[in-house]
Design a protein around this ligand. Structure first.
Ligand SMILES: [Fe+2]
Length: 475
């Protein structure tokens, strides 16, 4: 059994629902949806660099995820699960009964991904393959649900006929419970959906915090799904500022410098909080966190290379640096690489040792003095609080508003420290599983990409100029 054979079986099954050589229109929509979900799953698997086995399981699950939709419509004349059957269970049972996956080595993972695809949350403790196939199917499905909603709103007169949207009232205000859930990144309880705005807001919640893979978030941004919802909801709610605030920001995931350049070229602005380049190791007894430590020679060279790489944007770039020597040198090196040597680099302690993240710097120093920097920081991120620190979301909001109020150019290079970058990206939902191995490397950046319509997208930019994380020992 290979994928081509599975595809043949699926198509032959769908053909049995044809009437006079064609699928009924509602079924045809599901056939198109499945083809799109399959294409999305392939894009996600490629973007995430999945191995061929995992990618194939993802494709199989995407192909089969809605198998039961045809029989559901024939038997019950509806796609509403609450009035008929749970279509994921139905799909799972049909595929199993028909034995399409018999002899396929990853049948169980694929079947589970089909079964779980419409659940609010995945069960815990899944094996890696099942988890990958499940996450991929759910992400690929959501991406296509975005497309379908946009298509339906374009082709129907939704103010007069809302049957495609559960016949929800068009003029009703959004439910505050839905707004609160989305603001806090919690799944929306479907019972709270009382208005067309709520229905659309569920998808805003998915874009903000319901997409698993960075590739999916990137695809959603490239396809303008948030921008569409923001415009539509503004029309629907008369520009409700609370609704608009939820549509104005979303985490993107990890980007490369190529991605940042592409965003700049298509008219976005980009503010990069760049971690300084390689430095010697910091003495744990130094309460200034190595204020006077310079970059290493290697660190300086990587700054020049970073600058050369971004030369195209030298005409509209803005620097701001933490006052420590290593961050100032980093900004100077990048500027020199861009052909701007000798320009004045302004500094501000709020992206240095007086960061918004510290409520009390001496207490933080005492905490880090035991050499357990990472343990204390991971604790801070897990709980949102830590001795000597300000609450993480509050500090991140303060940092963002402060930085954006200063950011006026097309490209901003604000040189700062790993603690700021990691805590900020954590608070923005970009990365929540930090380890020492995946930590912010030298010259990696936390980015705020600002779309032409003002939407803010958050990303971890892996610049790739250094693999170092903790610094080299000085000799
Ligand atoms: Fe489905």
């Amino acid at each position: 059994m290979d994928f081509a054979e599975l595809l043949r079986r699926y198509d032959a099954y769908v053909d049995t629902f044809k009437v006079d050589g064609a699928l009924p229109p509602m079924m045809e929509l599901k056939r198109i949806h499945t083809a799109c979900v399959l294409a999305n799953a392939r894009a996600i698997a490629a973007g995430e660099g999945m191995d061929p086995e995992t990618a194939e399981a993802c494709e199989a699950a995407a192909l089969l995820h809605d198998t039961g939709r045809y029989e559901q419509l024939r038997r019950y004349n509806t796609f509403r699960d609450s009035d008929s059957v749970d279509h994921a269970v139905f799909s799972h049972d049909i595929v199993r009964e028909k034995g399409w996956l018999d002899g396929y080595p990853h049948a169980e993972a694929v079947l589970k991904a089909v079964l779980y695809h419409n659940r609010r949350e995945l069960p815990e403790g899944l094996d890696a393959l099942t988890a990958a196939a499940s996450h991929c199917t759910r992400d690929a499905d959501k991406l296509d649900i975005f497309r379908v909603l946009e298509h339906q709103l374009k082709v129907t007169d939704w103010r007069k006929d809302c049957t495609a949207f559960w016949s929800l009232p068009v003029a009703a205000k959004p439910n505050p419970q839905v707004l609160a859930a989305i603001r806090d990144g919690r799944p929306v309880d479907y019972q709270h959906i009382k208005a067309l705005a709520d229905f659309v807001l569920i998808q805003v919640g998915w874009i903000r915090s319901g997409l698993h893979f960075g590739t999916t978030r990137r695809l959603a941004a490239e396809r303008g799904h948030m921008a569409f919802r923001r415009r539509f909801l503004a029309e629907l709610t008369d520009g409700d500022p609370d609704v608009d605030a939820l549509c104005r920001a979303a985490p993107l995931g990890e980007l490369s410098l190529d991605d940042v350049e592409a965003a700049l070229r298509r008219g976005c602005r980009a503010l990069l909080f760049v971690r300084h380049a390689e430095r010697p190791k910091i003495d744990g007894e130094d309460p200034t966190f190595g204020e006077t430590l310079p970059l290493t020679d290697e660190g300086w060279r990587t700054c020049l290379r970073f600058g050369e790489r971004m030369k195209e944007f030298a005409g509209d770039v803005q620097f701001l640096s933490s006052p420590l020597r290593r961050t100032r040198m980093t900004a100077e090196g990048i500027a020199e690489g861009m052909g701007l040597s000798g320009i004045a680099i302004p500094t501000d302690p709020l992206i240095g040792n007086s960061t918004f993240y510290f409520a009390d710097q001496p207490t933080v120093f005492e905490l880090f003095r035991d050499g357990q920097f990472f343990r204390h920081l991971f604790e801070y991120m897990a709980n949102g609080r830590q001795r000597g620190f300000r609450e993480i979301n509050e500090a991140s909001d303060m940092l963002e508003e402060w930085a954006l109020s200063r950011f006026t150019a097309r490209l901003g290079i604000f040189t700062t420290h790993d603690l700021h970058n990691a805590a900020y990206l954590h608070a923005r939902g970009v990365k929540r599983d930090w380890t020492v191995e995946s930590w912010v490397r030298f010259l990696d950046a936390a980015a705020i990409i600002i779309e032409p319509d003002g939407t803010r997208l958050y990303a971890l930019v892996r610049t790739g100029f250094s693999n170092g994380t903790v610094g080299v020992r000085a000799n």
